[in-house]
Design a protein around this ligand. Structure first.
Ligand SMILES: [Fe+2]
Length: 134
Protein backbone atom coordinates (compact mmCIF):
# COMPACT_ATOMS: atom_id res chain seq x y z
CA UNK A 1 0.00 0.00 0.00
CA UNK A 2 1.33 3.42 -0.90
CA UNK A 3 -0.06 6.50 0.83
CA UNK A 4 1.28 9.48 -1.07
CA UNK A 5 -0.11 11.99 1.41
CA UNK A 6 2.52 11.23 4.06
CA UNK A 7 5.96 12.68 4.30
CA UNK A 8 9.14 11.35 2.79
CA UNK A 9 11.29 12.74 0.03
CA UNK A 10 13.76 9.93 -0.40
CA UNK A 11 13.91 6.69 -2.33
CA UNK A 12 11.57 4.17 -0.77
CA UNK A 13 12.68 0.66 -1.64
CA UNK A 14 10.63 -2.44 -1.11
CA UNK A 15 11.88 -5.14 1.21
CA UNK A 16 13.72 -6.87 -1.61
CA UNK A 17 14.92 -3.64 -3.26
CA UNK A 18 13.28 -4.47 -6.53
CA UNK A 19 10.73 -2.12 -7.95
CA UNK A 20 8.93 -0.05 -5.33
CA UNK A 21 10.11 3.53 -5.28
CA UNK A 22 8.76 7.03 -5.09
CA UNK A 23 10.19 10.41 -5.93
CA UNK A 24 7.61 12.36 -3.98
CA UNK A 25 6.09 12.07 -0.59
CA UNK A 26 4.85 8.59 0.27
CA UNK A 27 4.54 6.03 3.00
CA UNK A 28 4.96 2.44 1.87
CA UNK A 29 3.93 -0.54 3.95
CA UNK A 30 4.24 -4.25 3.40
CA UNK A 31 2.27 -6.84 5.42
CA UNK A 32 1.21 -4.07 7.81
CA UNK A 33 4.74 -2.86 8.47
CA UNK A 34 5.65 0.66 7.39
CA UNK A 35 8.95 0.60 5.50
CA UNK A 36 11.29 3.38 6.58
CA UNK A 37 12.57 5.60 3.78
CA UNK A 38 16.23 5.39 2.92
CA UNK A 39 18.29 8.47 3.47
CA UNK A 40 21.36 8.98 1.32
CA UNK A 41 24.95 9.89 2.01
CA UNK A 42 27.19 11.63 -0.50
CA UNK A 43 29.21 9.20 -2.60
CA UNK A 44 32.34 8.60 -0.54
CA UNK A 45 35.85 7.25 -0.93
CA UNK A 46 34.65 3.70 -0.35
CA UNK A 47 31.83 4.07 -2.87
CA UNK A 48 33.12 6.31 -5.67
CA UNK A 49 30.87 6.47 -8.71
CA UNK A 50 32.48 6.96 -12.12
CA UNK A 51 30.28 8.72 -14.65
CA UNK A 52 30.67 9.30 -18.33
CA UNK A 53 28.44 10.97 -20.90
CA UNK A 54 28.11 8.86 -24.03
CA UNK A 55 25.91 10.62 -26.59
CA UNK A 56 22.46 10.85 -24.98
CA UNK A 57 23.24 8.45 -22.14
CA UNK A 58 24.93 8.57 -18.76
CA UNK A 59 27.20 5.60 -18.14
CA UNK A 60 27.80 4.75 -14.45
CA UNK A 61 30.29 2.30 -13.07
CA UNK A 62 31.80 1.48 -9.70
CA UNK A 63 34.82 -0.45 -8.59
CA UNK A 64 32.95 -2.25 -5.81
CA UNK A 65 32.63 -5.87 -4.62
CA UNK A 66 29.80 -7.77 -6.30
CA UNK A 67 29.72 -10.84 -4.07
CA UNK A 68 26.61 -12.41 -2.56
CA UNK A 69 27.50 -10.84 0.78
CA UNK A 70 28.39 -7.34 -0.44
CA UNK A 71 27.19 -5.85 -3.70
CA UNK A 72 25.60 -2.89 -5.41
CA UNK A 73 21.88 -3.63 -5.54
CA UNK A 74 20.77 -0.86 -7.90
CA UNK A 75 21.56 2.38 -9.65
CA UNK A 76 18.83 4.99 -10.03
CA UNK A 77 18.62 8.20 -12.04
CA UNK A 78 16.01 10.76 -11.06
CA UNK A 79 14.53 13.49 -13.18
CA UNK A 80 11.39 15.59 -13.13
CA UNK A 81 9.91 12.95 -15.42
CA UNK A 82 10.40 10.00 -13.07
CA UNK A 83 12.98 7.45 -11.99
CA UNK A 84 15.09 5.11 -14.07
CA UNK A 85 16.31 2.08 -12.12
CA UNK A 86 18.77 -0.63 -13.06
CA UNK A 87 18.70 -3.61 -10.70
CA UNK A 88 22.06 -5.31 -10.20
CA UNK A 89 22.90 -8.76 -8.90
CA UNK A 90 25.87 -10.44 -7.17
CA UNK A 91 28.56 -11.68 -9.53
CA UNK A 92 27.42 -9.12 -12.12
CA UNK A 93 29.02 -5.83 -13.11
CA UNK A 94 28.47 -2.64 -11.16
CA UNK A 95 27.58 -0.57 -14.21
CA UNK A 96 24.52 0.87 -15.90
CA UNK A 97 23.37 3.27 -18.60
CA UNK A 98 20.59 5.81 -18.27
CA UNK A 99 18.87 8.18 -20.67
CA UNK A 100 20.50 11.52 -19.97
CA UNK A 101 17.47 13.70 -20.55
CA UNK A 102 16.63 15.87 -17.54
CA UNK A 103 18.42 13.64 -15.00
CA UNK A 104 18.99 15.69 -11.87
CA UNK A 105 20.55 13.15 -9.50
CA UNK A 106 22.07 9.67 -9.46
CA UNK A 107 21.88 7.11 -6.67
CA UNK A 108 23.49 3.80 -5.88
CA UNK A 109 22.57 1.34 -3.17
CA UNK A 110 25.08 -0.97 -1.49
CA UNK A 111 23.46 -3.81 0.45
CA UNK A 112 25.92 -3.29 3.32
CA UNK A 113 26.57 0.43 3.38
CA UNK A 114 23.31 1.98 2.19
CA UNK A 115 22.25 4.61 -0.28
CA UNK A 116 24.66 7.08 -1.88
CA UNK A 117 23.89 10.11 -4.01
CA UNK A 118 26.04 11.63 -6.71
CA UNK A 119 25.46 15.37 -7.15
CA UNK A 120 24.78 16.71 -10.62
CA UNK A 121 25.26 20.27 -11.76
CA UNK A 122 23.66 22.07 -14.65
CA UNK A 123 25.69 24.21 -17.02
CA UNK A 124 24.15 25.86 -20.04
CA UNK A 125 20.98 23.81 -19.69
CA UNK A 126 22.81 20.49 -20.01
CA UNK A 127 23.67 18.27 -17.10
CA UNK A 128 27.29 18.22 -16.10
CA UNK A 129 28.55 15.47 -13.90
CA UNK A 130 31.00 15.38 -11.05
CA UNK A 131 32.81 12.15 -11.62
CA UNK A 132 33.96 9.80 -8.91
CA UNK A 133 37.43 8.35 -8.79
CA UNK A 134 38.02 5.21 -10.78
FE1 LIG B 1 29.67 -1.30 -0.08
Amino acid sequence: MIDTTKASKTILPGPVMNRICATGEAVISCCGIVLPPLTYEPADESHPIHTEIIEDEIYLSMNHPMTKEHYISFFAAMSDQGVQIVKLYPEGSAEARFRRSRVSSLYTYCNRHGLFRLPLFRTGGMPALRTGKK
